[in-house]
Design a protein around this ligand. Structure first.
Ligand SMILES: Cc1ncc(COP(=O)(O)O)c(C=O)c1O
Length: 345
């Protein structure tokens, strides 16, 4: 095994084991670890016909104290079950999810990146409908998979700033659709916006699918902007407001939820509400946030339809920096985890 930990990107690196469990006759089987990364499934499996698939993403960290920390797995399990419900798939019991994460961690422990490389071990839980289906309807058999792979930075810039392009022409989800669920179809249908944006070296910012007027989210991450009370010192956290969209078409991000909690602890006001695109000019800094992107400050947002470019400081601002360090300190065990977000091993 020869992995260049410092230069890993957000891509799959082969690991040793995948953990699997099958759902048959109305119940989940005991999960097991296998080296075989290929599955034999029927050509008519429901996942191929009607897109019965949902997934998750969570991380394990090698801490400053040498211990391993898995961040908020219960929240991922809960969100996966909401996705399962939305697609008429059986729920994955917490005990099964837990066993699969920790068995996968144990079996792939050599792939957990060393402390201070900036890389982490990423888990990708997946559920698919496997029984053969032609009539339109849900499968009767399913497979739950827990894939692990070491990952590095999500954007080339890491904790530097990234430019974004706003897109009003592609909706990643319908107003009452599957936006709040982590289902593969949301991502495939957004490729026609995200791929051209990435090819231009940018991230893609989506607006709400109903009015095309409010900021929704940023590719595979939530959005937040920061307001600063004029005349107050910039190092005084109580002079800032953290503003993040309230929308029925975005994925409720566990990272964003953590950042809202940490913001309140730091004395930063938190507002979760609709954000008009033109409010971008009010923010002193803004960023996207998620498990993969952590906090990625936004350098600029081009709105091609209005011929406007919103510009932000070329370096991460004080609030992004404070929140980034506060979150990573918890994940790497450098500060007290008062909310019990990490399972320590
Ligand atoms: C569409 C979308 N929004 C937001 C997020 C961020 O969510 P989390 O912080 O739970 O990773 C993700 C990634 O999971 C995502 O795919």
């Amino acid at each position: 095994m020869n992995i260049d930990w410092q230069n890993l990107e957000f891509e799959y690196t082969e690991t040793q084991y995948v953990v699997r469990s099958s759902y048959k006759d109305g119940r989940w089987q005991e999960p097991y670890a296998t080296r075989d990364k290929y599955m034999q499934i029927h050509v008519c499996a429901a996942v191929f016909q009607y897109g019965q698939e949902a997934f998750e993403g969570l991380k394990a960290f090698r801490g400053a104290d040498g211990k391993v920390r898995v961040f908020r797995w219960r929240d991922n399990a809960e969100r996966m079950n909401r996705s399962c419900e939305a697609l008429y798939m059986p729920k994955v019991p917490d005990e099964l999810f837990e066993k699969a994460v920790f068995l996968s961690l144990e079996k792939n422990i050599d792939y957990l990146p060393p402390y201070e490389t900036g890389a982490t071990l990423y888990f990708r839980p997946i559920i698919i409908g496997t029984s053969a289906k032609i009539g339109v309807g849900p499968a009767t058999e399913y497979e739950f998979l827990m894939v692990a792979t070491p990952i590095g930075r999500y954007f080339k810039s890491g904790f530097g700033t990234t430019p974004f392009i706003l897109n009003r022409h592609v909706d990643r989800a319908a107003p009452n659709g599957t936006g709040p669920y982590k289902v593969g179809g949301n991502y495939a249908s957004a490729f026609r916006a995200t791929v051209p944006a990435h090819e231009a070296g940018c991230g893609c910012m989506f607006v709400d699918p109903k009015y095309h007027r409010y900021i929704d989210e940023c590719g595979a991450a939530n959005f937040f902007g920061v307001l600063h009370q004029k005349g107050k010192p910039t190092d005084d956290m109580s002079s800032y407001t953290y503003v993040t969209p309230r929308s029925r078409s975005i994925l409720p991000s566990i990272t964003n939820n953590s950042l809202m909690t940490l913001s309140r602890d730091l004395g930063i006001r938190v507002e979760q509400r609709r954000i008009e695109v033109r409010e971008l000019s009010d923010f002193t800094e803004c960023a996207c946030c998620g498990t993969a992107s952590v906090i990625s400050p936004i350098g600029s947002v081009v709105d091609p339809d209005r011929n406007v470019t919103y510009r932000f400081p070329s370096k991460p601002g004080p609030v992004c920096t404070k929140l980034y360090n506060t979150l990573l300190d918890i994940q790497y065990g450098r500060s007290y985890d008062r909310y019990g977000w990490c399972v320590v091993i």
